[in-house]
Design a protein around this ligand. Structure first.
Ligand SMILES: O=C(O)CCC(=O)C(=O)O
Ligand SMILES: [Fe+2]
Length: 335
């Protein structure tokens, strides 16, 4: 793999009793630090009630205070969510060699494929997780041929989650007191979707590692499918708060682009994934973003803009070129 270190799954299959040094986090960055299970859980929003003022108000509050919420009653069939989880798990179960035939073909703009991401230097600490990432449909890769249902399932899943993302953008525009098309129009006709599939094998020393480094998402909005194993944590008041697994719900979070477009009213919040010694975990983040040439800027009138104008291409090129490091990259867009 790109870092010269094998995939986490192969390390685990070879029976590693200790975590290799490249994965060991500095002490201040370990999962036991500042974990706060006692904070409130993230808000739960009912997607079928968003025409109702009270639910819209709850959504507004969730995006201002948390940047994260669980979304229930979203209309995506449970069976489709289950099939998506199923084909993703099966993809990660393929022989290592077959997965590695889908390693990233690299462009400055976007990398796609199976492999490690966000590794600007050989000193970057590695995450205890394997990743398969591609646009929907894949652009730089062929569709995986195994499992046989991968393409059909992920296409159907991607199309339904994309419509949900558009509905959410309209609701967020309304929640800010703006016309429903505000964000959708700003994302433009070339708005694009991608899927980042994360597989976190069990770890012999889970307290020393993270499955995914702290980051905010450099996208418009993220709609996350989790399984029943918990691991996602979000940063709230300087502490890390675990997010519960609600198998029929999606975890939705505001990405950096909506933070820019809402002029900081809605927050893209830092999050990370922890791992456990007992269970493997999977998640799949559906990212929805503006077209590459779309101009990003604050869209809320009557406010002093906090961010400068830049294209999504400019933003994502800077984001992909660095290590995942909290929200540092958003400084790049600040005035
Ligand atoms: O695995 C998770 O729960 C988090 C995934 C995530 O944050 C991402 O893929 O951007
Ligand atoms: Fe994320």
């Amino acid at each position: 793999m790109d870092s010269g270190v094998p995939a986490v799954q192969s390390l685990v299959e070879n029976g590693t009793a200790h975590v290799p040094q490249r994965f060991v986090r500095p002490i201040h960055d370990r999962p036991s630090k500042f974990s706060s299970p006692d904070l409130d859980d993230i808000p739960v929003i009912n997607a079928s009630q968003l025409s109702d003022k009270i639910e819209l108000q709850k959504l507004d509050n969730a995006c201002r205070e948390w940047g994260f919420f669980q979304l229930t009653d979203h209309g995506i069939p449970r069976a489709l969510m289950q099939s998506a989880r199923g084909v993703i798990r099966e993809f990660f179960r393929l022989p290592q060699e077959e997965k590695e035939s889908y390693t990233a073909s690299s462009t400055k703009l976007r990398r796609e494929g199976y492999g490690r991401y966000f590794l600007p230097s050989k000193d970057t600490v590695l995450d205890w997780g394997d990743v398969f990432f591609h646009a929907l449909p894949p652009v730089a890769l062929p569709w995986p041929v195994h499992p046989a249902e991968y393409k059909e399932t992920i296409q159907a899943y991607g199309a339904q989650v994309r419509s949900l993302a558009l509905k959410l953008l309209a609701a967020l525009s309304r929640a800010l007191g703006q016309p429903p098309e505000l964000f959708g129009d700003a994302f433009g006709p070339d708005a694009h979707s991608s899927l980042r599939m994360n597989y976190y094998p069990p770890c012999p020393e889970p307290d020393l590692v993270l499955g995914l480094s702290p980051h905010s998402d450099g996208v418009g909005i993220t709609i996350l499918l989790q399984d029943e194993v918990e691991g996602l944590q979000i940063r709230k008041n300087g502490e890390w708060k675990p997010v519960k697994s609600m198998p029929d719900a999606f975890v939705v979070n505001i990405g950096d682009i909506l933070e820019v477009m809402s002029n900081g009213i809605y927050k893209s919040v830092e999050h990370r994934a922890t791992v456990s010694s007992g269970n493997a975990r999977m998640s799949a983040a559906f990212f929805f973003s503006p077209g590459f040439e779309a101009v990003l800027k604050p869209l809320v009138p009557d406010e002093k803009p906090l961010f400068r104008e830049l294209t999504f291409r400019e933003f994502i090129t800077a984001y992909m070129g660095n290590a995942l490091n909290g929200k540092q990259h958003l400084e790049y867009a600040k005035l």
